[in-house]
Design a protein around this ligand. Sequence first.
Ligand code: IMP
Ligand code: MG
Length: 187
Amino acid sequence: MWREAIAHVLISEAELRARVQALGEAITADYRGRQPLFVVVLKGAMIFFADLVRTVDLPLIVDCLSVSSYGAGWVSSGVVHIQKDLDESIAGKDVLIIEDIIDTGLTLHHVLPHLAARHPADLKICVLLDKRARRRVALPIKYRGFELPDSFVVGYGLDYQGQYRNLPFIGALRPELLRREPPVSKG
Ligand code: IMP
Ligand code: MG
């Protein structure tokens, strides 16, 4: 059982459900009368995204972006590679980026100008988890699910070395499972 790899649950399924519902209601109210384009940042945000869109009562459209950041250590390097770009033009659209977690902020710091250069009408960020204490660059976050302490978390889409994305809660891995060598972020 993957659950045995978890030292403790940080955010339960019920807490996730309630917070995602509240975010969806806020987004629904803020974008009323508009058709936002939700951009899911793969792979980590896919479960959050799937739950979130079903709480939003708007004629939204979706696209996806896949990025990798390769770090020399546990911190992302800021060297971000766009592995899969958006399919459609975002010019003139109200774009809402849906991300799983913001840690140093370097990944989105790289992605934002890349999208802004395509002249969207609006460009905002919605993130489930915010490790604010570790931020290295300022980012304008419009919607935030939870603030987290500085710890490595998995579940609800987030991975460690590709695993644990399917856990239905956010948990801290047992420390003995965190290898000494740095993980490669797979988004
Ligand atoms: P940043 O560029 O440092 O903000 O990190 C962004 C990316 O690193 C996230 O989108 C995740 O893919 C990954 N990441 C950061 N912290 C965690 C964590 O605690 N668990 C799993 N992935 C993480
Ligand atoms: Mg991510």
